[in-house]
Design a binder for this molecule. Structure first.
Ligand code: K1U
Ligand code: ZN
Length: 171
């Protein structure tokens, strides 16, 4: 397993639309393991493959790390249904470091995906699970959570990010 660098905005590779995985095999499971390791190293609760430069429809998530590591893989996820009711969560993103903003999304979703053994699963989610799945599925379509903000809030967030990058580079 290896830790891969996570791309940060405004890297154009984050705008790529990811493609479906054709075969769930040992090589794909190695990529999933690298994603999980990279997510834990960065203190995240989710990661899409495109964030490490692999534009494939794969997500890893582990929402409850207090009780030990239990990464879940979601391959070729598709939303089957989304509630009309909306919920607001404060979101962050490993590709938009140090920015946290409220985002409104459907409160509940039903989705299907393949697990790491290639078995089709159907999941109904609400709360943080629904939010995180939608946030990660946005990544697969080249969308960042700041794209849901007003133009003004997005440009403030991007300026903050560029300033943080400059400070980091200056040491
Ligand atoms: O970059 C990502 O897509 C992962 C992102 C997932 C997410 C978090 C919150 C709401 C929606 C989606 C993160 O993991 S951000 C980091 C994070 O959640 C966290 C970091 C340190 C402590 C606690 C949480
Ligand atoms: Zn993100």
């Amino acid at each position: 397993m290896s830790i891969r660098p996570i791309l940060t905005a405004p890297d154009p590779r984050l705008k790529a639309v990811s493609t479906d995985v054709e075969k769930v095999d040992a090589e794909l499971r190695r990529l999933i393991d690298d994603m999980a390791e990279s997510m834990y190293e960065a203190d995240g609760i989710g990661l899409a493959a495109v964030q490490i430069g692999a534009p494939k429809n794969i997500i890893v998530m582990d929402l409850d790390q207090k009780s030990g590591k239990n990464p879940q893989a979601y391959i070729n996820p598709k939303i089957l249904w989304a509630s009309d009711e909306l919920a607001t969560f404060e979101e962050g993103c490993l590709s938009v470091p140090e920015i946290w903003e409220d985002v409104e999304r459907p409160a509940r979703i039903k989705c299907e995906y393949l697990d790491r053994d290639g078995v089709l699963q159907v999941l109904e989610a609400d709360g943080l699970l629904a939010t995180c799945l939608q946030h990660e599925m946005d990544h697969l379509n080249g969308v960042l959570f700041i794209d849901h903000l007003s133009k003004l809030k997005r440009s403030i967030a991007l300026r903050k990010l560029q300033k943080a990058k400059r400070l980091k580079e200056a040491g």
